[in-house]
Design a protein around this ligand. Structure first.
Ligand SMILES: *Cc1c(COP(=O)(O)O)cnc(C)c1O
Length: 242
C-alpha cells in the first residue's frame, strides 16, 4: 500500500500519497484511542502554496483548507472555490477588524476569534452579509507574550460574549508553544472546551496531530506534511516555527 511505503521512507512525494499518508496516520491515532476516525476533520493548510499545489489535493478528495492571511487567500481561493463549490475554507491566522468584511465574504469558518472587538465586528458583518459562519475562539494556551489568542482566564467570558452576539461558536483553537511538549497544552484546551460546553477542538499540526487526536481534537490543521516544507522567507513571516 502506498501510504505504508511512504510512512517507512519518510515524507512521500505526490500530493495524493501525502494525503493518504496523513489520513492513515489520523485514522490509526483515532483507533488507538478508541475514537471514531470520522470525528476528526483534516484542515489542509495551504498558506504560501499556489493553485498548482492545491489543485492535486482537491482532485484527491480534500475539501477543507486553511489559510492564515486574508489577502493571500483572496488572491487564490475565489477561483478555486468557483470551480469547487463544496470547498470549506478556514481562516486560521490573526484577523484585523479592517479585514473582517473580506474575511466573512471569502471564508466559511473563522478559527481565530480572540477579542471582544473582533467578535463584535464579525457579528455585525455576518448580519450585514446574511452569512452566519461557524467560529472558534482562539486561546493563547501557553500564555506567550507575542502570541495571538485570548488569555486562558478570559476564555469563558469571550465565549459567552460571542454567544450573546449570536455567533455560532463551535469550539476552541490553539497553537501550543513551539518549545514545549504539546500534550499538556492540548489537554488543557480540551478541559477549557468542556468547561465552556463546546464540542469543537482545533489543535494539532504536522508535528503533533496524532497527540492532538489522542487529546480529543476534532480538527487538525496540517500544512507541511501535505504540501512539503514552506519557503524560508514565508516561514519567518508565518505563525509556526518549524
Ligand atoms: C501554518 C499553520 C499550521 C500548519 O503548520 P504545519 O506545521 O505546516 O502543519 C497550522 N495552524 C496554523 C495556525 C498555522 O499558521
Amino acid at each position: 500500500m502506498n501510504a505504508e511505503k511512504a510512512a517507512q521512507s519518510g515524507v512521500p512525494d505526490s500530493a495524493e500519497t501525502r494525503l493518504e499518508w496523513v489520513r492513515s496516520r489520523m485514522a490509526k491515532a483515532a483507533r488507538r484511542f478508541d475514537l471514531e476516525p470520522d470525528r476528526v476533520q483534516l484542515v489542509a493548510v495551504s498558506k504560501t502554496f499556489g493553485p498548482e499545489a492545491i489543485t492535486p489535493l482537491i482532485t484527491a478528495g480534500q475539501r477543507v483548507f486553511g489559510e492564515n492571511r486574508v489577502q493571500e487567500a483572496q488572491a487564490k481561493w475565489p477561483a478555486l472555490k468557483e470551480e469547487n463549490p463544496d470547498i470549506e475554507l478556514h481562516l486560521i491566522g490573526p484577523l484585523q477588524t479592517n479585514k473582517v468584511r473580506d474575511a466573512v465574504r471569502l471564508f466559511d469558518v473563522i478559527e481565530t476569534v480572540d477579542r471582544e472587538k473582533l467578535a463584535r465586528a464579525l457579528a455585525r458583518e455576518m448580519a450585514a452579509q446574511g452569512r452566519q459562519l461557524p467560529v472558534f475562539v482562539q486561546v493563547n494556551i501557553g500564555g506567550e507574550a507575542q502570541k495571538a489568542g485570548c488569555a486562558i482566564e478570559d476564555t469563558g467570558e469571550l465565549v459567552a460574549l460571542c454567544r450573546d452576539l449570536g455567533l455560532a461558536v463551535k469550539g476552541l483553537m490553539a497553537i501550543p508553544p513551539a518549545d514545549l511538549p504539546p500534550g499538556p497544552c492540548f489537554a488543557h484546551l480540551a478541559q477549557l472546551a468542556r468547561d465552556c460546553d463546546l464540542a469543537g477542538l482545533s489543535m494539532g499540526m504536522s508535528g503533533d496531530f496524532e497527540t492532538a487526536i489522542a487529546m480529543g481534537a476534532t480538527h487538525v490543521r496540517v500544512g507541511s506534511a501535505l504540501f512539503g516544507s514552506r519557503e524560508t522567507v514565508n516561514q519567518r513571516a508565518g505563525v509556526t516555527g518549524n
